[in-house]
Structure formats: structure tokens, C-alpha cells
Design a protein around this ligand. Structure first.
Ligand code: B16
Ligand code: MG
Length: 188
């Protein structure tokens, strides 16, 4: 068996930083973005998250170029926040569990929608635990498409039914199901 971990909400709580950055963008655009709205963005790709945010604000028909500019602006704020992350922000139990898997020779991978996954793993100091990292930079279809987890299994050199996925978001649980993998949902 191999283990594939989602990042945001499973290994670290970066959702609060995504929320701060999206809220800041909404404020600039003239509307409020609540924590409840933010729940809809968990596990969802950056551009799909922007579409949800614009829908909440009742903003329609923006040209693609402008949407890219808004997403880049949000990401710059987000990167500013995560650049200050420390190992203290690793979620409880994660390091013990990763050490336990490593000692038992169980291969592990990260399967995240985030393009910032390498920076986050490096900041909190857990990058060395993983045999493979598949993230938003190396996939073409976002969760709930199974691509990210199938690519992770491929990188680990095992068939999908030999993988257990740890996920916190609906989109990710659905992606694991479509990949034909077992999935353990983590809620904090
Ligand atoms: P970025 P995960 C996801 O990470 C987040 O849950 C989601 O809120 C975010 O929009 C997505 O990554 C893309 O992140 O803008 O950094 O590329 O849960 O799949 O680890
Ligand atoms: Mg997640």
C-alpha cells in the first residue's frame, strides 16, 4: 500500500491564508466574502475559485485577461502569507504519521491542486518525507478529475488500487473515488 496526501487541510492549514487573500480581493471589488462562501473553494483550483468568488459578488462577463490579473493579484498576497509559514503550522499528528510510514517502508506522495505546494512543503520542512509531489503545476485537469492522484500513483510505481488517499475536500474525495483508490476523509 502507498499513501497519497492532499496538502491544504490535511498536512497544513493553508485554507485560512487562501481565505484572507480571497477576502481582500472581494473587498477591493466591493463586496464581502464570508467564511461560509470560502468553504466552497476548498480543494478547488485557483481559476475555478475565482469564478465562484465572482459569482458570489454578482460580477459576470469579465474578459479572461482581467480574470488572470485578479487571480495573479490574489496569488501574490497568498504567497506573501505562506512565505512566512513555519513548521509550527503542520497539522497535529502529521509528522508522527509520516515518520511511522517512512520507518515501515511505505511510499508516500503529495497530490495537491495547489501550484504553491513546493513552497509550502519547503517552508514547513516536510518536503523530504515524500517520494513524489504532484501538484497544480504538473496537472491539466483539476480535482474532482482523478488526474492528480493517478499521476501520483504512477510516480510511485503502483496501481491505483494500491493507494490510500487522505483528503479533506469534497472535490478531492470525488477525485480519489474516480481514480479507483481508497480514501480517508480528514476533518479537523
Ligand atoms: P493555488 P489542496 C487547494 O489545495 C486548495 O484547497 C484550494 O483552496 C486552492 O484554490 C487550490 O489548492 C489551488 O491553490 O492557488 O495555490 O494554486 O487542498 O488540493 O492541497
Ligand atoms: Mg485540501
Amino acid at each position: 500500500m502507498c499513501c497519497i496526501f492532499d496538502l491544504d487541510g490535511v498536512l497544513v492549514d493553508t485554507a485560512k491564508y487562501h481565505y484572507s487573500a480571497w477576502k481582500r480581493l472581494a473587498k477591493e471589488l466591493g463586496f464581502e466574502f464570508s467564511e461560509q462562501h470560502n468553504e466552497r473553494l476548498k480543494g478547488v483550483s485557483r481559476m475555478a475559485s475565482l469564478d465562484i468568488l465572482l459569482e458570489v459578488g454578482g460580477i459576470t462577463g469579465l474578459p479572461e485577461e482581467e480574470k488572470q490579473t485578479l487571480a495573479a493579484k490574489k496569488n501574490a498576497w497568498y504567497v506573501e502569507y505562506i512565505s512566512r509559514m513555519t513548521p509550527a503550522e503542520i497539522l497535529p499528528g502529521v509528522v508522527d504519521f509520516l515518520q511511522h510510514l517512512k520507518a515501515g517502508g511505505v511510499k508516500t506522495a503529495v497530490g495537491s491542486a495547489s501550484r504553491n505546494a513546493p513552497l509550502i512543503l519547503e517552508r514547513v520542512g516536510i518536503a523530504h518525507f515524500f517520494d513524489a509531489v504532484i501538484d497544480g503545476n504538473s496537472i491539466t485537469k483539476a480535482k474532482p478529475d482523478p488526474e492528480v492522484f493517478l499521476r501520483a500513483a504512477q510516480a510511485l510505481g503502483v496501481p491505483p488500487d494500491c493507494c490510500i488517499v487522505f483528503e479533506d475536500a469534497d472535490a478531492g474525495v470525488e477525485a480519489a473515488r474516480r481514480a479507483g483508490m481508497k480514501c480517508i476523509r480528514v476533518n479537523h
